[in-house]
Design a protein around this ligand. Structure first.
Ligand code: SF4
Length: 403
């Protein structure tokens, strides 16, 4: 079996940012201890249903703000993963952190717990933009956090940025990228601001209250950053991600290659043995579901032996949704995800090994059209986006889900 990945969702934030639509909650920090207990129980329960410890090569604590969790609790989760899974020697273990929520000591403790990669939500180096995004940190705290992380022994660091912000100019954006690049992280992610329904930003934009940059300016920001980062030796390996060679996020590559991952925690998603599943969203419901009493109906017990035999490969008491994509849907997903990898693309040999037919056999009309329009190209036996298509990738992806 391909080595799996493990995602752990930590749905706590000190403050809910106006643009965020992640499954995360402010003001519920009192539930962190019970949540961590539930998370460990979910890991143990799911692992106990596997015939043998599953090899896993990446772990990712995402959120939310995982750095709000006390390090002894993170350490306890790492211990439970070591017991429940066969973690590989080359394990990549990442934690998302907000600058300003870490200290030199907490970072040293995280490193001692076995974490070896950090992803900091920087978003901008400009004070007015950070205020507008309602982020609690300033760029000085970013510099401090990076320094402390390196002192603690973290060699692998990702810094996240957002472009296309209201009233953002090209020089504003260039300042943020340059200041982040000055810190020489081995990985940089850059996302366009998206206006999600149900967020304050989404509502303000719908009422015309957000002076967003026009799409041409946002495109110019992206293209300038592409060129600037290439000049510093960063390789763009995914539409929104750059890394020094060999420092790509192996955890995220697992998603883009459509390979198996376990999801633990409230609202977490997973994909195991061809089954896609998701957990209940709300923290309290998640904790309740993981309590021994409420999970009893789902799991093997002396008075419920029959139900146990019908369990799916991942059966968590927190599960609310599971689907088994058809072969066709799996092929579509593989194209949509894999084409995000702008260098690697989708290997025809891997596609054939997995689905028993080549990409052009599965999508003859789509591939022919997109090649003719110069939106896709073949490179070393893989199909990938042409360089000028990176900003309009969605228009290509959508062609693969047309039926
Ligand atoms: S800190 Fe991150 S996850 Fe939390 S509300 Fe803000 S953007 Fe969302």
């Amino acid at each position: 079996m391909t080595d799996a990945s493990i995602y752990l969702h930590i749905p706590f934030c000190a403050h809910r940012c106006a643009y965020c639509d992640f499954n995360t909650y402010a003001g519920q920090e009192a539930l962190i201890p019970a949540y961590i207990d539930a998370l460990i129980r979910e890991i143990e329960t799911v692992a106990a249903l596997q015939p043998a410890p599953v090899p896993a090569h990446t772990i990712f604590f995402g959120g939310g703000t995982p750095s709000l969790v006390p390090t002894r609790s993170l350490s306890a989760v790492m211990d439970s993963l070591r017991t429940a899974f066969a973690l590989t020697d080359n394990l990549e273990a990442t934690l998302e952190a907000n600058p300003g929520t870490v200290t030199a000591q907490s970072l040293a403790e995280m490193r001692a717990a076995g974490l070896n990669r950090l992803s900091f939500g920087v978003q901008s180096a400009n004070p007015s933009e950070l205020r507008m995004l309602e982020r609690a940190h300033d760029f000085f705290e970013v510099i401090q956090s990076v320094k402390w992380a390196r002192q603690a022994g973290f060699e692998r660091l990702n810094l996240d940025l957002i472009y296309g912000l209201p009233e953002q100019t090209l020089p504003d954006w260039q300042n943020s990228v340059k200041r982040v690049a000055d810190l020489a992280p081995d990985h940089i992610s850059m996302y366009a601001l998206t206006l999600e329904h149900g967020t304050p930003f989404g509502r303000w934009a719908a009422r015309g209250l957000l002076p967003l940059p026009d799409p041409d300016l946002a495109a110019e920001m992206y293209e300038w950053a592409e060129e600037f980062l290439a000049g510093l030796g960063y390789v763009q390996y995914e539409i929104s991600n750059w890394a020094f060679p060999g420092q790509e996020s192996r955890h995220n590559l697992q998603y883009w290659r459509n390979l198996p991952y376990f999801g633990f925690g409230a609202g977490a998603h997973g994909s195991i043995d061809g089954l896609r599943y998701s957990n209940v969203l709300r923290i309290k419901t998640y904790i309740d579901r993981l309590s021994a009493q409420k999970s009893a109906h789902l799991f093997p017990s002396a008075d419920n032996p029959i139900r146990a035999s019908a369990l799916p490969p991942v059966a968590s008491p927190a599960l609310v949704n599971q689907t088994r994509p058809s072969l066709r849907q799996s092929m579509q997903e593989t194209m949509m995800l894999g084409l995000r990898l702008v260098q690697e693309g989708v290997s025809d040999a891997d596609f054939r090994a997995r689905f028993g037919m080549g990409i052009s056999d599965a999508f003859p009309r789509e591939v022919a059209d997109l090649l003719r329009l110069n939106l896709l190209e073949w490179q070393n036996g893989a199909l990938r986006l042409t360089p000028h298509t990176r900003l309009i990738g969605n228009q290509v992806f959508i062609r693969f889900v047309g039926d």
